[in-house]
Design a protein around this ligand. Structure first.
Ligand SMILES: NC(=O)c1ccc[n+]([C@@H]2O[C@H](COP(=O)([O-])OP(=O)(O)OC[C@H]3O[C@@H](n4cnc5c(N)ncnc54)[C@H](OP(=O)(O)O)[C@@H]3O)[C@@H](O)[C@H]2O)c1
Length: 266
């Protein structure tokens, strides 16, 4: 029997199911709050206390604790999922570093989390996504990262993710619809127009997973309202060579713990 389309399923009162990686904080948590009214949620992440707190806040959600680079764990965790309406890739590790500074271990770790884990999780969930005519949303840091000095692994991962999304769309569309969201820099509330709020990126995710069945939002670019420059890191002081002095406090939350020093930590 053919699976009902997403809109037909909505007519049958079956709530769609979404899996969000990186749901324990930041953009992923905001995406969970945005999708909770319309979706049952699997909340992916490693911080089990944060996942449990979010699940308690959002009816119809449950923690999906996972170390995304552990392939055995990922195979086991995806084993019971046979229908998935939306897969939102929000887990990531980010740290500044020039080509001269970035060592192999950092390149491997960043590609492992930001690219390989995205590809492997998607691969394992493709049967469930095909069964539901599901949506895949890939969050991509920055709006135009070509050749951004000082962010070598971030730029490389971002371009790899863009290529991955294009191939996935060509191979699995139109049954599985793929959206790449390229978003500018998040920041502290003190800079309301110069940076984005996680909720703004979450709104774009909601739009892409609830797009009409005859449409796919393939690429979305979100700039902060008052900063339409293509340089997503314009808030970083170019006078400093190591990015430490003016890195916005909020940005520390987007950086893998312990791998970067903020202004306060100098
Ligand atoms: N921050 C920005 O300025 C910005 C701008 C545009 C787009 N984005 C994109 O939005 C997404 C989320 O960014 P964010 O700022 O919300 O990040 P964040 O606050 O640093 O959160 C990262 C999330 O990824 C999870 N994660 C990291 N490594 C993992 C691993 N090995 N296994 C499982 N989960 C792992 C973390 O889980 P635990 O905490 O549970 O360990 C956490 O939930 C990223 O794709 C980023 O590129 C960010």
């Amino acid at each position: 029997m053919t699976e009902p389309s997403p809109s037909a399923r909505r007519g049958q009162d079956l709530r769609p199911v979404a899996l969000i990686t990186g749901a324990s904080r930041g953009v992923g948590a905001a995406v969970a709050r945005a999708l909770a009214p319309s979706h049952d949620l699997l909340l992916g992440g490693r911080d089990t206390a944060a996942l449990a707190a979010l699940a308690a806040e959002l009816p119809g959600s449950r923690p999906w604790p996972i170390e995304l680079t552990d392939t055995v764990e990922v195979v086991e965790a995806t084993g019971g999922i046979d229908r998935l309406d939306a897969l939102v890739h929000s887990a990531a590790v980010v740290a500044p570093g020039t080509v001269a500074d970035t060592k192999a271990a950092v390149w491997r770790r960043h590609f492992d989390v930001n690219v390989v884990a995205v590809a492997e999780l998607t691969r394992l969930l493709l049967p469930a996504l095909r069964a539901a005519c599901g949506r895949v949303v890939i969050l991509n840091p920055g709006t135009d990262l070509r050749g951004q000095p000082g962010w070598a692994s971030l730029v490389a991962c971002s371009q790899a993710l863009s290529g991955f999304a294009e191939v996935l769309r060509a191979e699995e569309g139109p049954r599985v619809r793929v959206t790449s969201i390229h978003a500018g820099h998040l920041g502290a509330p003190a800079e309301p127009d110069a940076v984005l709020r996680p909720e703004s990126i979450a709104g774009a995710v909601l739009l892409s997973v609830t797009a009409p069945d005859d449409a796919v939002l393939s690429d979305m670019v979100l700039h902060p309202a008052a900063r339409t420059t293509s340089d997503p890191f314009a808030v970083v002081d170019r006078e400093t060579s190591d990015f430490r002095r003016t890195l916005p406090a909020q940005h520390a939350a987007t950086v893998e713990r312990g791998s970067v020093r903020t202004g306060e930590q100098r």
